[in-house]
Design a binder for this molecule. Structure first.
Ligand code: GLC
Length: 799
């Protein structure tokens, strides 16, 4: 990988003094004597875009990352023209632009330096390809930490690391291996209890150096394109992540079944085998919602075909599986087999949809079917065609979801593992080479897939999964972390990857539970399932080369443990769905690293293992063999051990017991956790009662429960049910208030409230200002009652 020092030696060019300043509403232009223009856009009071041109000219402004729904508008913008700098002031920050060298310094309103240029913007002419290698160096502040950056298999805190974003098929990758399957050039910096974020929106190969090469310097650069980055000020990490997520977008709500458990393998075939796997789930009463067909369902790996010997009647199979609650998900890869008798190939040839090399011939590469050609998904016409190809599979056969794989694109038998760099792309009317389009190729493929699945699944909701991705891909689909390995180290990696992805705006994410390559032993599988049920996307997948990896493949004890944890996930579905709702609505990541949860507590800055599932459940996986528990850090506040109900005062590291059938799991005091009954699949049972686990706290805590039809788009017309609960605990009393929004009528009439940790014995209950007869609410003399779902205020009195 190219290093900072190397590129600097090659001769850098730097901006010199500012000779011109111009303001055009929210855009400020600073031009230097040697032809550099800084275009500074004030997007929001704490979100600023910095864009640099050399030679007095910008290329057309175009990005695949930015969401059409991104918020805009600021409250305040003042520009001071002073000596020796310009100062731009919003209601949140001040930006100083040095007049002699264009260097930028950003402070908060109390003049605390949040982020400052070291050399700042500089560049180097790329004599091999033309254009600039664009570079930015910043000062690393004292005790600064760095988070985010997508799927990196490294410590959650990236301080001291060097990374590269070049979307790559990385079979059996290792810890700290670079690059991986995604390019998410966004990081969060934290120092002095103030967080900021930088999103370097550049689709070329990008590099980030977090105080690795020089202790006091953090830099990022790209092999081409523009120096074009967004700066977000917090001061809370949550504000930074929400601002980045707002800019790059969120998905729509998935169908609820997509949050259930999924079983996959390369490959389940023939049909009999698929049905056998499905029926075994039902026999053993292990909940499962989806079953996957990997490449072997196709005829000679030709996308959009079926192997009729293995699957003589796909529609009937998909229907039969559906009868039993299983949704079928099929794989589609980008490589189209070169075969003149194959309709997809012919259509693409006839219409000129395949990518070409610089001098004209089609680009060819080997993948599963042998030699293939590759559609140029950066061409809108190609995307529309590709979306239409799904008609038969979805609208006629009835398949429920699609996973796009190998979309980096992965090419076999070449050292670069991908397309040649001279391959041409349309890039939505901005023609370019693969150097620029590589990192967004998979994203544009899955975007087209999403459009197709959405169209043919309507009025239901689509489910799409991708392996490759760039910032913004989260708008279209879920993702998984590729070909991991069945090792304890990979369990650790899966944990940090999911937290890191969530911190990078991409929450709908999961790992191949148990590991893709190699085979886990029962203990590793059990520990991985215990973690995997707390990841937003929960799927077992394996290469199939090394044996079976179904929940029952490791003996009865592991089968029972797996069932117990998948059941827990199904009980927690309303909680998980509410997490998804908050992600979609407010950009709140579905998993929170401890530093996100409590950045003020410096103990959290270098923790990797513990995380929050949603906002009120603390999870910490056991990551080694033969463990009976582990040491972990409990963040500040009071927490209930889920298994023992013991209340722990956080802010300490402690040993927590967790034998093979448990994972350290804590519920935040004051939380109200909604639960559904155990179902074998989403929708198996009509929900007759919503269980609410109420964890007493002396003080106040609010909780939310979001529900809707679990499918379809009625929720967009207001047909949802959003309940906010406020719990206030006192010495002898607990008050619960409910605030409701939305017009969806839930199928149940009552809540079953289960109180945990009440410091008193229940004596009387008042519902909406009326004392109730305890019998009328099924009070069992213990700690649970049934009340109407419509109450607004509940008082529990005790002695
Ligand atoms: C890739 C995918 C993996 C899949 C295999 C065969 O390795 O990452 O999930 O099973 O290809 O399609």
């Amino acid at each position: 990988m190219i290093t900072n020092t190397e590129i600097e030696k090659r001769g850098n060019l730097y901006p010199n003094h500012i000779v011109d300043f111009r303001q055009d509403n929210d855009k400020l232009y600073f031009t230097t004597q040697n032809g550099v223009i800084l275009e500074l856009t004030v997007l929001r009071d704490s979100a600023i875009r910095f864009r640099y041109a050399t030679e007095h000219a910008f290329e057309p402004d175009f990005s695949y990352a930015i969401s059409e729904d991104a918020s805009k508008g600021y409250n305040e913008l003042e520009v001071l023209d002073e000596i020796p700098e310009f100062v731009i002031i919003t209601s949140k920050i001040k930006i100083h632009i040095n007049k002699t060298n264009l260097k930028v310094e950003i402070t908060d309103l109390n003049d605390l330096v949040i982020n400052e240029d070291e050399f700042g913007f500089h560049w180097e002419e790329n004599y091999d390809y033309g254009g600039n290698i664009v570079k930015m160096t910043k000062v690393t502040q004292s005790a600064e930490s760095f988070y985010g950056m997508g799927d990196k298999a490294s410590h959650t805190n990236l301080k001291g690391k060097r990374i590269n974003n070049w979307v790559t098929d990385s079979y059996a990758y290792g810890k700290d291996q670079e690059p991986l399957y995604k390019s998410i050039p966004f990081y969060v910096g934290l120092h002095s209890d103030a967080a900021y974020g930088i999103f370097f929106d550049n689709s070329f190969s990008t590099y980030f150096d977090f105080a690795h090469e020089r202790r006091n310097v953090t830099s990022f650069w790209a092999d081409g394109g523009e120096m074009n980055y967004y700066f977000f000020y917090g001061p809370k990490i949550s504000q930074v992540v929400e601002a980045y997520t707002d800019l790059t977008g969120v998905p729509e709500l998935p169908p609820l079944w997509a949050l259930g458990f999924h079983q996959s393998k390369w490959s389940y075939y023939p049909e009999k085998k698929v049905k056998k796997i499905a029926s075994t789930f039902r026999e053993l009463k292990i909940p499962c919602d989806a079953i996957y067909l990997d490449i072997d369902y196709m005829e000679g790996f030709r996308c959009f075909t079926w192997n009729n010997r293995r699957f003589p009647n796909p529609k009937k199979m998909v229907d039969d599986l559906y009868e039993d609650g299983f949704k079928t998900v099929t794989m589609i890869d980008p490589g189209i087999k070169i075969d003149r008798d194959y309709w997809v190939y012919k259509q693409a040839m006839d219409n000129g949809y395949f990518c070409r090399r610089a001098d004209g011939p089609h680009f060819k590469g080997k993948v599963w079917p042998g030699e293939c050609k590759f559609p140029d998904f950066t061409n809108p016409e190609v995307r529309e065609w590709w979306a239409g190809l799904y008609k038969e599979m979805i609208a006629e056969v009835g398949v429920h979801g699609v996973w796009n794989d190998m979309n980096e694109p992965a090419i076999m038998e070449v050292p670069t593992k991908t397309a040649n760099l001279d391959v041409r792309h349309d890039y939505d009317g901005h023609p370019c080479s693969h150097r620029k389009a590589h990192n967004i190729y998979g994203m544009q493929m899955v975007r087209a897939t999403f459009e197709g699945i959405k169209k043919y699944t309507f009025p239901k909701r689509p489910f799409v999964l991708t392996r490759a991705g760039y910032s913004g891909t989260q708008r279209y689909c879920a993702t998984w972390t590729g070909d991991n390995v069945a090792t304890w180290e990979h369990l650790w990696i899966a944990n940090v990857q999911m937290q890191r992805m969530c911190m990078s705006g991409y929450s709908f994410v999961g790992s191949d539970i148990g590991g893709f390559a190699e085979q886990p032993n029962g203990e590793l599988f059990a520990r991985w399932i215990q973690l995997g049920v707390f990841h937003p996307f929960c799927r077992v997948h394996s290469s199939g080369d090394h044996g079976e990896q179904e929940p029952w493949s490791f003996g009865d004890e592991v089968t029972d443990i797996t069932r117990k944890f998948i059941e827990l996930r199904y009980q927690l579905l309303p909680y998980l769905y509410t997490m998804f709702y908050k992600y979609v609505k407010e950009g709140v990541p579905m998993l929170q690293s401890l530093v996100y949860y409590d950045q003020e507590d410096t103990q959290t800055h270098f923790r990797t293992d513990e995380f929050l599932f949603g906002e009120q459940i603390l999870v910490c996986p056991v990551q080694e063999a033969n463990a009976k528990g582990r040491r972990m850090y409990i963040p500040k506040g009071k927490w209930y051990n889920y298994w023992t109900e013991e209340v722990v005062d956080g802010g300490i590291e402690k040993w927590v017991s967790a034998d093979i059938d448990k994972i350290p799991l804590f519920i935040k005091a004051g939380a109200i956790i909604p639960k559904y009954p155990i179902q074998q699949y989403v929708g198996e049972k009509e929900i007759r009662e919503l269980k609410l686990d109420v964890y007493y706290k002396e003080g106040v805590e609010t909780s939310t429960v979001y529900e809707d039809q679990q499918e379809g788009y009625d929720y967009k017309k207001g047909r949802f049910s959003l309940r906010k609960f406020r719990q206030r605990g006192k010495e002898n009393e607990l008050i619960m208030q409910q605030f409701k929004d939305g017009s969806y009528i839930t199928t149940y009439e009552t809540f079953k409230l289960q109180f945990h940790g009440l410091p008193f014995k229940i004596e009387n209950i008042e519902v909406d200002n009326e004392m109730v007869d305890l019998k009328s609410i099924n009070f069992d003399g213990g700690n649970s009652i049934e009340v109407s779902k419509d109450f607004t205020e509940l008082h529990i009195f005790g002695q």
